[in-house]
Design a binder for this molecule. Structure first.
Ligand SMILES: [Zn+2]
Length: 296
């Protein structure tokens, strides 16, 4: 038991737009080389490893754009600044297809490992890279590795962001306190709705080599989709083009999108669209503070 933090269940006042009962966002983290270089800069010398990551922008993104075009939905693409610098034409192709581009660090840094000053430098560098590559000013941020810091919300608010998509404490949107009475929208995520864990294997870097079948993975995601719809929640699926851009996995994703489209009252939207809706609701921000331990 503790009475120290003052954290509470979510405040009431949340509702989906008239005629809808739940929402789904199909999101794509275009990590490419950045996520691996952040883990081990020496992996730049491993050409096969770099090519595994290049599969994302070179092959996965074009294939996934075709999936989104065939199903006529808009996705949200979280792009590290380094990816934008290395693959500017690919980022422009995402923009030109009408999808949302959002911020995902510069070199896929864990914000929790940075000082507040360093975190701000990374945020600004990422913004500059997205602007230079595609003239985009993102409204949303997703912490690389889903490692936000206790400074992230305030930093995002100061730089004019509308939403964050990095936290895991519930399964519908809320207002996240950003200090001094301010807030921004939180669109929660979870590892079980991420394709990295079941699909990715890079020797010495990530995964066990036990690569899951898209049949099983999509079935698991569909279970969560159905239950979140029943609960009136937000389904945020996170796919990486280097992983889910592969042929049978992209086909599985397309089947899941079509299944979602057949659900009555499910709003399929970009993260920015959902955040804009949440901004209209009269809900009190969540104002959790960093846990304080007293070990004596
Ligand atoms: Zn990422």
């Amino acid at each position: 038991m503790t009475d120290a933090a003052g954290s509470e269940p979510l405040a009431s006042g949340f509702a989906w737009p008239a005629g809808t009962r739940a929402a789904a966002c199909f999101t794509f983290d275009v990590d490419a080389e950045s996520a691996i270089l952040a883990i081990d800069p020496a992996s730049a010398g491993r050409r096969s490893v770099m090519s595994h990551q290049a599969y994302g922008p070179r092959t996965g993104v074009p294939r996934l754009l075709r999936v989104l075009d065939r199903t006529a939905i808009k996705g949200t693409f979280f792009v590290p600044g380094y990816t934008a610098e290395r693959w500017p034409g690919v980022i422009r192709s995402i923009r030109d297809a009408g999808h949302e581009i959002a911020h995902h660090g510069y070199l896929h840094e864990s914000a929790a490992a940075l000082s507040p000053e360093a975190e701000e430098r990374v945020l600004v560098r990422g913004l500059a890279a997205l602007d230079a590559a595609a003239g985009v000013r993102p409204s949303g941020w997703r912490a690389p590795m889903w490692e936000a810091s206790w400074s992230s919300a305030g930093l995002l608010h100061r730089h004019g962001f509308r939403y964050d998509s990095s936290l895991m404490d519930t399964d519908r949107p809320y207002q996240l306190g950003a200090g001094n009475g301010t807030s921004l929208v939180e669109l929660p995520i979870h590892w079980s709705l991420d394709d990295w864990e079941p699909y990715v294997y890079l020797p010495d870097l990530s995964g066990s080599g036990a690569i899951a079948s898209p049949v099983d993975v999509v079935a698991r995601w569909a279970l969560e989709l159905d239950e979140l719809v029943a609960e009136g929640g937000l389904f945020v699926l996170t796919n990486h083009p280097f992983a889910s851009g592969r042929a049978s996995r992209a086909a599985g994703l397309e089947a899941l999108i079509r299944r979602a489209q057949a659900i009555d009252g499910l709003w399929i939207a970009t993260c920015d669209e959902v955040a804009r809706w949440v901004e209209t609701l009269p809900i009190e921000p969540v104002a959790d503070e960093r846990p304080v331990l007293s070990l004596d």
